[in-house]
Write a protein that binds this ligand. Sequence first.
Ligand code: G3P
Length: 220
Amino acid sequence: MKAVIINFKAYEEGSGERAVSLAKAVEDVSKKVDFYMAVCPPFVDLSDVMGGVEIDVFAQHTDAVSYGSHTGRITPEMLKEKGVKGSLINHSERRLRLADIDYLVSKFRELELISVVCTNNVATTKAAAALSPDYVAIEPPELIGSGIPVSKAEPEVVENSVKAAKEIDSSVKVLCGAGIATYEDVVAAIDLGADGVLLASGVVKAKDQKKALEELVGLR
Ligand code: G3P
C-alpha cells in the first residue's frame, strides 16, 4: 500500500489540541482510501495524539543515544515505551551524523520501530539505503515548504533515488517529499516509482485542513 505521511513540524496549526484534531482528520480520511496514512506530531503532543487516534503515530526526530545522562534527549527506547510507531530520522530541519543515522536504524530494527530516513539527493539516498531502513524519504531542501512539488520540479531526482535505493536494497521503500499538496503530485510521485509521499505545509498550513487532505488523496 502506498504511504502518505504527514509531518506537523512545529507549525502552530499542528500543535496542542490542533494536533489531535488534525490527526483525527487524517484518520477519518484514511478510512476512505487505499493509502497507509500516518502522522508525525510534535514530541509534546505524541501522547495526546496517540490517545485520540488509532492510525500510526511517528516522532519527528530521535536522538542517537540510549537511556542515561543525556539532558533533553529523546531515545528510541522512550518512543517504544510510549507506543510510538517509528520516527523520521535526519530530517532536513534536524540533520544527524552518518554514524548517528546508522545507530538509529539498527536500534529501530531491534526495537521494531519503523525508520524513515530523510535524504536530500541521489547520493545521500544511496548511503541511507545501504543502512536498510524501512523507508528513505528524498526531499530536496530548496523545495521544502515552497509549494512547488518535487515530483514535478525535480522528477529525475525522485526517479533516480528510487532506482538507486532499490538497487542497493530492494526492500527499502522510497518516499518523496517537498511541496507535495495535491492528488496530482501524489500520483506523479507514484508514477516515478515512489512508494508514497512525506509532506507538511500543504495540509498543516491549509485554511481548511480536512479539505486539503481529501484533495491530497483524491477524494475531491
Ligand atoms: O517532512 C516533510 C517536509 O519536509 C516537506 O515539507 O511543507 O514542503 O510539504 P512541505
